[in-house]
Design a protein around this ligand. Structure first.
Ligand SMILES: [Zn+2]
Length: 398
């Protein structure tokens, strides 16, 4: 019992020291002792152990406060690598990153088939390539994937666009690569990335609405990813918003994804442009209309493009109003490839948010595009791996 408690204390001290060094950059052992309230002897022992594990390194002398010049220590960013993967609707992307979340190399494969089996084979292919390319010991693998994901059990409960049902992806990858593997829903991963790497002022709460081939929200509450009872908080894409609307892959009709996802927007653009010969989008099939073309048409003042953005923004604004009303979170970010549609899309969402939520709640909500960029899901999956594997708490990196 006493031994167990001693081990717990040792682990706690180790995490505390590593976290302090990770988030504060270069500092002396005495600085670490002051910041953590641990004794200098304990700090020296813990730092020695972290150096032996390769996680911390000495980086040279600091400034002397009168006595002996202290040696500064820092996280050994390049001592280990990690692999982050985003399973997107139409593409499988991955990256090798260092301990600071800096991307070292990337790889991507298009997902051409809707077969779950083939999608899994692509995950293996991508990871085989990235793992082989790592020149350092690997801390583990983080994966962001659409759908209902049970992070604790490493299970993809349901991903309708990939045809995955109760897929034990975590166990499969652990067995194949013999290293820790963590899974999160892609929107939740995007929220982790925005919170950690987005450079936002550390409000403790944040909602990220990710709009791509699918739609989902990631929710950070009091500095922690809120996943709900079944790891699936924020799964708003399959909320029915149009009674008897278009059929959705999930089996229902009129889900948010059928009217506001990228696919839905492009299909709507092609349909509307069919009767608008003056539109730059006229005559294009849904396969040929791209988000870039929609954006160009929007900038050119095309009424079809304006209507598409107004309709999708209407439903996204209603979804944002639901989230703001339920959680009273003020910072709302829109992430994913729709950021190319810019301020016109944000303006519609903001207007609809005000129409569908009580005025003080809606007025206080700050809506903006995410800053973590196109690698947000990969970065977020890596942040999950760092927090779980090294015991770091989730903190905005400045
Ligand atoms: Zn659906």
């Amino acid at each position: 019992m006493i031994k167990a408690t001693q081990q717990q204390t040792k682990k706690h001290n180790s995490q505390l020291v590593l976290e302090t060094i990770y988030y504060r950059g270069k500092l002396s052992r005495a600085d670490v002792a002051r910041a953590t309230q641990l004794t200098r002897t304990t700090v020296s022992n813990v730092v020695a152990e972290l150096m032996a594990r390769g996680l911390v390194e000495e980086v040279g002398p600091g400034t002397s406060g009168g006595g002996k010049t202290p040696i500064l220590v820092s996280v050994a960013s390049s001592s280990h690598h990690l692999v982050g993967v985003e399973v997107a609707g139409d593409e499988m992307r991955g990256a090798v990153l260092n301990l600071r979340g800096e991307i070292i190399r990337t790889a991507a494969f298009p997902i051409s088939s809707r077969s779950g089996h083939e999608a899994l084979a692509l995950v293996y292919q991508l990871l085989d390539q990235l793992v082989a390319a790592c020149g350092r010991p690997l801390l583990g693998i983080g994966i962001g994937t659409p759908g209902l994901v049970d992070t604790e059990r490493g299970l993809v409960r349901r991903a309708v666009n990939l045809d995955w049902d109760d897929l034990p992806l975590g166990d499969l990858l652990k067995a194949r690569y013999q290293m820790p593997v963590y899974l999160a829903n892609d929107s939740q991963a995007a929220a982790l990335a925005e919170y950690t790497f987005g450079g936002w002022q550390p409000d403790q709460n944040l909602i990220v609405i990710k709009v791509g081939q699918g739609i989902g929200a990631g929710i950070i509450l009091e500095g922690r990813l809120f996943q709900g009872d079944g790891s699936s908080a924020g799964e708003i894409g399959h909320m029915v918003v149009v009674e008897d609307g278009e059929p959705c892959r999930c089996g229902h009709r009129g889900c948010l994804e059928t009217v506001a996802s990228v696919r839905a927007m492009l299909e709507r653009a092609a349909t509307l442009a069919h009767d608008a010969p003056q539109s730059p989008l006229a005559g294009l099939t849904p396969q040929v209309v791209s988000l870039a073309r929609l954006q160009q048409s929007l900038e050119a003042g095309d009424e079809v493009a304006q209507q598409v953005v107004a309709e999708a923004g209407h439903y996204l604004g209603r979804a944002a109003a639901c989230l703001v009303s339920a959680l009273n979170v003020r910072q709302i970010l829109l992430a994913g490839p729709v950021d190319c549609l810019g301020q016109p899309l944000l303006d519609v969402i903001q207007r609809e948010l005000r129409r569908h939520a009580l005025s003080p709640l809606a007025e206080e909500a700050r809506l903006a595009f995410g800053r973590a960029g196109p690698d947000a899901v990969i970065l977020g999956a890596s942040a999950l791996l760092l927090t779980r594997e090294l015991g770091l708490s989730l903190t905005p990196l400045s």
